[in-house]
Design a binder for this molecule. Structure first.
Ligand SMILES: Nc1ncnc2c1ncn2[C@@H]1O[C@H](COP(=O)(O)OP(=O)(O)OP(=O)(O)O)[C@@H](O)[C@H]1O
Ligand SMILES: [Mg+2]
Length: 242
């Protein structure tokens, strides 16, 4: 193996996102639930992770902690080696906007903006690119999700499957280190679900980011590199064979 190969290999194996001993309680008084009970996890770049488990077991709660959308009650979340569970709200928002991408079950596109404009919005928010570079990147990403010909179409005039593909492209707008997807195919029919899930997995493998995808669909989970099963707040990890 050459030095370059071993450096690339090394980088690929260094976790980009990790959590250790995460605990999260939700609800008040009698209704208080210990949702996450010491979850530890390491996420490597260029890999797709499925998070599975029964309804109510804490999948979304885990994703929100990892995505800096919610603070754990105990434990650490590290992104690029930096501990962020106790960072300020401003710091967490800044990191979230620049290093993380999100896809939810509902696309949350702005209906009165075009597909291209929906992709450019997070780039405006982050800053750093001029208008023409933003437009070029948005055009490239729409092409990657098979929607180059619909760049100027209003989001409200796209089909459900197309809207979710725009949401996938939007999650990549700022070249994040990790894309977090909470049931990204939950609202789609079989063919569209497969297409969106394949895109999420392929884009991670060919880019430099990782994707963590919560799913109830075992066929989709089987396409990921690692399957994580959450049950009663703890994690079991099963690498996908074959
Ligand atoms: N605000 C809240 N107050 C009290 N309990 C909550 C709150 N939000 C979530 N919970 C509880 O926390 C647990 C975990 O919820 P979470 O949404 O993470 O589950 P999930 O695995 O994503 O489920 P699903 O597959 O249905 O989306 C559930 O038992 C839920 O009822
Ligand atoms: Mg959920």
């Amino acid at each position: 193996m050459s030095d370059t190969d071993s450096t690339t290999e090394q980088r690929a194996r260094t976790p980009v996102l990790s959590c250790s001993n995460l605990h999260r309680y939700l609800g008040e008084g009698e209704g208080r639930v210990h949702v996450l009970r010491g979850v530890s996890l390491e996420i490597e770049p260029r890999r797709a992770y499925a998070v599975e488990g029964p309804s109510g077991c804490g999948k979304s709660t885990l994703l929100y902690s990892l995505g800096l959308l919610d603070r754990p009650d105990a434990g650490e979340v590290r992104l690029g080696g930096v501990e962020l569970s106790r960072a300020s709200d401003d710091e967490r928002s800044r990191v979230r906007a620049s290093a993380l991408g999100f896809v939810f079950q509902f696309h949350f596109l702005l209906p009165e903006f075009s597909a291209l404009e929906n992709l450019m919005l997070p780039m405006y928010r982050k800053g750093g690119l001029n208008e023409s570079r933003m437009r070029d990147r948005a055009t490239y990403l729409l092409d990657r999700v098979g929607l180059a010909d619909k760049a100027d179409r209003l989001a409200s005039r796209l089909s459900g499957g197309e809207q979710q593909r725009v949401a996938v492209a939007r999650a990549l707008a700022n070249a994040p280190s990790v894309v977090l997807a909470d049931e990204p195919t939950g609202n789609l029919d079989g063919a569209n679900a497969e297409r969106v899930a394949n895109l999420l997995v392929e884009l991670a493998r060919e880019s430099d980011h990782a994707v963590i995808m919560v799913t109830h669909n075992p066929d989709i989970a089987a396409r990921c590199d690692v399957r994580l099963t959450l049950s009663e707040g703890g994690l079991a990890v099963a690498p996908v064979v074959g």
